[in-house]
Design a protein around this ligand. Structure first.
Ligand code: ZN
Length: 581
């Protein structure tokens, strides 16, 4: 361990200076090998409770070697040290996205983007333009349509797509990934007729005459998705590069993959071997019901054995207990408020689910369970409690993803059982979808416990934040804003949506950094800026501590450093630092 410069006595400094002359004028350099990178003149919020704020830090290789006052860090400057003047900008540990579908999102960057398209006309325009500019694409695919676009309770219809693209198949997935929308050509190619039965856990939506309307719920979309040509290896690699760049641009340094990436682990690995990886990946195996099979276990164990460094790691398992509230597929303890005939079914037989959880926990694998309805959340908590008791495991940190509603009695169980609450703050964004459809379906009582971030935290539970990209944007800053305000960018609803569940700025930052590291079992090496940890950090354009909460969504990242390497510089930063006009 090099001695930190502040521990040098002035006598020693004098001696060294005399003995070695001007070349060693910095004195303590005799004790401290120079750093590769020194960042100074910064407002560093470290997320380390022992030293919350600092002015400068030094990086050697992939790690931080010192954090402190600018004067203290000066001793780490050497002739080859790269020096970055942060000009008093705010510096934070790099952000982690704890729930992402990275390959889907990355491939989506090359498809029709329907995010923010609020009318059928706008969707038609985007689909038409994409089709025109991609004449050789055999399929038109895209993602991001929302339910309110089609009016209260209505779903999209194939005729809108037939009007703009009649000759090629079109397949568009809803923003939440739980419904899809096809044109007539795609339905015909899949052979979907009046006689086609609904698949397990899915529904082909039909009109009065029994004809498919083009709307497909849950697994029914797979009938069409299965026909689409698979992107080639090179196309996938190109998409991943694009995705990593987007992530770095928004200040992300690591993602926790919650499904869809496991089968491409070798592609992530290839990027790593080529020296192109700029984002760290924790990748979960996606476990489907009805049970945990020996084949699944073998794959999970083999990934854990093969991928286990700071860049790519396996050893996590994701499964889903239910669907979503908007589609009445989230499992509730009591019927839906708008339609008492529906309650939402668990995707797993509870006995089989508990058995699977106990086995995975016994092996020390980390479990992520998607649970949205209060019944699904309770089932997951029960299974985790039972597994910990049966296996005598400690600090296993099983996770529940989403937790959109919950009973009051289950809230303190997160803290008590050490279950990580993995939320995506933008899912609680109080737009039409949330306030009209979500709240109507859940009803006022359950809606009063919507996304209970603060209540879980207040009872000792640990929060981890993410996006669920491509369900919502990859950009974490609108998520930060919603965690702080629970209001739209226009300030609606006036007091905030269930405003007692807002989170402080410090706790929000923590949920994206140190909390995220805890949620990925990596807090010893990541999550805060302190000596010995990986040098993953960001320099921000606006100081979050000095701007209004409703401005935080517009935050821009100036620099992103991952493993000591500069992986993103904003055009603004480059311009400012080169002094160009
Ligand atoms: Zn997800």
């Amino acid at each position: 361990m090099p001695r930190p410069p502040e521990s040098c006595s002035s006598n020693l400094r004098l001696l060294v200076t005399f003995a070695l002359g001007l070349a060693w004028a910095a004195g303590c350099n005799a004790q401290v090998p120079p750093a590769d990178l020194v960042l100074f003149n910064a407002r560093i919020y470290t997320v380390n409770p022992q030293q919350q704020w600092a002015e400068a830090l030094a990086i050697r290789g992939e790690k931080i070697v010192a954090v402190g006052r600018t004067k203290e860090i000066d001793g780490y400057r050497g002739p080859a040290t790269r020096i970055i003047d942060a000009h008093q900008h705010l510096v934070l540990p790099g952000f982690v996205d704890c729930h992402i579908h990275f390959m889907d999102g990355s491939l989506g960057l090359t498809q029709v983007d329907l995010n923010g398209a609020k009318t059928v006309v706008e969707i038609q325009k985007r689909v038409k333009e994409y089709a025109a500019s991609h004449p050789k694409e055999p399929w038109i695919t895209g993602m991001g349509w929302t339910y309110p676009t089609f009016g209260p309770g209505a779903l999209p219809h194939k005729k809108f797509l037939d009007e703009v693209v009649p000759n090629r198949p079109v397949y568009l997935v809803a923003f939440d990934g739980h419904s899809s929308w096809a044109n007539s050509k795609a339905l015909a190619m899949a052979g979907i007729t009046r006689a086609t039965p609904d698949p397990a856990n899915g529904r082909i939506v039909r009109d009065e005459s029994g004809e498919a309307t083009g709307a497909l719920k849950e697994s029914a979309g797979d009938l069409i998705a299965a026909l689409m040509p698979k992107p080639t290896r090179e196309e996938r690699l190109a998409a991943l590069r694009l995705g990593m760049h987007e992530a770095n641009k928004y200040g992300l340094v690591r993602v926790h993959s919650a499904g869809g990436d496991f089968e491409y682990l070798d592609l992530f690995d290839e990027l790593h071997r080529r020296g192109e990886q700029t984002l760290r990946f924790y990748i979960a195996y996606f476990l489907d019901p009805p049970q945990l099979t020996p084949d699944a276990l073998q794959k999970i164990e083999s990934a854990r054995g093969t991928y286990r460094d700071d860049w790519i790691s396996g050893g996590a398992v994701k499964t889903m207990l239910d669907g979503v509230i908007e589609a009445h597929t989230a499992a509730m303890l009591t019927p839906y408020s708008d339609d008492p005939s529906q309650i939402g079914e668990l995707f797993w037989d509870p006995g089989k689910y508990k058995q699977a959880i106990t086995e995975l926990d016994h092996r020390g694998l980390q479990i992520f369970t998607h649970a949205i309805g209060d019944k699904a959340v309770r089932t997951a908590l029960d299974a985790y409690e039972q597994a910990a008791n049966a296996n005598h495991t400690q600090d296993a940190r099983p996770r529940i993803e989403h937790i959109e509603t919950i009973t009051s009695q289950d809230i303190p169980r997160f803290g008590k059982l050490g279950v990580i609450a993995s939320f995506q703050p933008l899912h609680a964004y109080p737009d039409e979808d949330t306030l009209q459809i979500w709240a109507r379906n859940a009803g006022p009582d359950r809606a009063s416990r919507a996304w209970v971030w603060h209540s879980i935290e207040g009872t000792g539970g640990r929060l981890a934040f993410g996006s669920d990209w491509p369900v919502v944007t990859l950009n974490p800053w609108p998520g930060v804003q919603n965690a702080l305000t629970r209001q739209t960018t226009e300030g609606d609803p006036p007091g905030g949506f269930v405003p007692n569940e807002r989170v402080s700025l410090e706790d929000t930052i923590k949920a994206y950094t140190l909390g995220a590291a805890v949620a990925g079992r990596r807090e010893k090496t990541e999550g805060s800026l302190e000596a010995g940890k990986l040098a993953d950090l960001i320099v921000l354009s606006q100081d979050l501590f000095q701007i209004k909460p409703n401005q935080t969504g517009k935050e821009e990242v100036m620099l992103t450093i991952v493993g000591g390497k500069l992986v993103y510089e904003s055009p603004k930063w480059v311009q400012a630092s080169t002094g160009a006009p």
